[in-house]
Each structure stands twice: as C-alpha cells, then as structure tokens.
Design a protein around this ligand. Structure first.
Ligand code: ABF
Length: 253
C-alpha cells in the first residue's frame, strides 16, 4: 500500500488503499501521456524536469526520444539533476536558460482549478522558479493527488521554505494566521531539521482545507513574512494536469 511520510521521521500514515503496483502504473501512464501529448520537438528545446517519483517516468520518456540531443533539460533539484543525467539528457541550468519552453512536474495535491501544493520533497523553491520561467507548466500525478480542494490529504500542511534563523518567529506568525506549523525533521530526526538545497528549513503548516479563492491571499500573506523564502502553494500556474487512474486510464484536467 502506498504511504506518505508524516512529520515524524520513520512514521507513516496511509493516504490511500491503492496497491503500490497500481500507483506505479498510474504514475507511469500519466507521465508518458503528458510527454507524448505535449512535448513537440519542432518548437520545444528547453524543458523543465521536476522532482518526485512521477517525474521519474517523465525523464524516462523524454530519454527515449530519438532526437533528445536537441533538448536541454533544466532540473529543479538534486534528484532531478540525477534523473536528467541517468536518462542521457543534456543538463542545463536556470541561470543559463531563464526562458523554458515547457516544464513537467509532480504535485502533492491538485484542486479543481489546477492550483496545487508542492514541496513534499523540499524542492519547492527551484520547482516554483522553473515553473515561473516556463511558457507551459504541466502537472503529472496519480489520482490520489486529485483532491478537488487543497489541504485534504497533505494534512502536514503547506510546505514553506524559511531562512533557518527566522523559523521561530515565522512559526508564531503562522499560528496567528490560523495555521499549525511544524518544522520538518531530517533523517534521523535527532540530527535536526531537513535542510533544503538552498540551506534553509521547511515548515509544514496545516491550514485545513483551503478553498481555491483563498489561496492567493494566503500565499501573499505568508510570502510577506520576513524570512520566508517561498511557499509550496502554486496558484494558477499550471496549464494542464495529467492524472493517472488506478483503472489504467489517464484524466486530463
Ligand atoms: C515534487 O515531488 C514535489 O513538489 C511533490 O512534493 C512531489 C510529488 O511527488 P510524487 O510524484 O512522488 O508523488 O514534485
């Protein structure tokens, strides 16, 4: 059965009763469908490759293209960089290529308006930067992530990247805002908090269910706190989502 890590390292809570082999199949199906239907080598040259276990199949599919040498792939973190290299793709950087043709990335939750929560893998800053630099941003996810409203499954909350010395102050401000903040522990937890690729901490802040019309205001309030680097709320950024279903079909939202 598929599991999602809780804020306590080593402990898990179940978010789905979908058997693991069906989850993998759903991820592969949606990733392949997203690449096959959207990547056009006659017009796309610079591609964003996101993070997570679904994007593994995006990189695999792109790596199967006969003309893949024409492409330059921009990673969203360490895992993403490894995926690009492992699939024989050309690696570029966001510094060299701040204009990206199309970006494929996973999500933790997607609502009915294609807003999403990202950052379960602590790569949200570069993921948002790459998505922001992309003309097209395509989500790939299995159907457990298609929750209709954000905050339903990912009850650890919205991941927020913060400067380490500001975490206490920001945690207090998030509580005043109505959230329940938890500094994400590393592995092992006794070694301290998770450290992002940028040397920062992640606070997971539970706001319960967040209606789509409240997302932008919530994001803006969090980003305005001094010491916040970025949030995992991606509001009105995605163009389409490819959802892999357990019955072997793909839904395009
Ligand atoms: C990244 O990977 C993250 O923003 C998101 O947390 C996660 C999705 O992972 P998976 O595809 O493994 O469900 O995209």
């Amino acid at each position: 059965f598929s599991r999602l890590k809780t804020s306590l390292v080593g402990q898990y809570r179940f978010i789905s009763v979908m058997p693991e082999n069906l989850v993998k199949k759903a991820k592969k199906l949606c990733a392949y469908a997203a690449v096959d239907s959207n990547l056009d080598l006659s017009k796309h040259r610079i591609i964003g490759i996101g993070s997570g276990s679904t994007v593994v199949y995006v990189a695999e599919r792109v790596g199967q293209l006969p003309n893949k040498d024409r492409l330059v792939c921009i990673p969203t973190g360490f895992q993403s960089k490894q995926l690009i290299l492992a699939n024989g793709l050309n690696l570029g950087s966001i510094e060299e290529y701040p204009e990206i043709d199309i970006d494929f990335d996973g999500a933790d939750e997607i609502d009915s308006e294609l807003n999403c929560i990202k950052g379960g893998g602590a790569c949200l800053l570069l993921e948002k930067l790459v998505a922001d630099c992309s003309k097209q941003f395509i989500l790939v996810a299995d159907d457990r992530k298609n929750t209709g409203i954000l905050g339903k499954h990912w009850t650890q909350g919205v991941p927020i990247e913060v400067v380490p010395s500001a975490y206490t102050k920001i945690s207090r401000q998030l509580t005043v805002l109505g959230g329940k903040p938890t500094v994400r522990p590393g592995a092992p937890a006794k070694a301290g908090p998770v450290i992002t690729d940028n040397g920062n901490f992640i606070i997971d802040c539970d706001f319960g269910e967040i209606p789509s019309n409240k997302l932008q205001a919530l994001n803006d309030k969090i980003v305005a706190m001094v010491g916040v680097v970025e949030t995992g709320l991606f509001v009105h950024m995605a163009e389409k989502a490819y959802i892999g279903n357990s019955d072997g079909t793909v839904t395009i939202v």
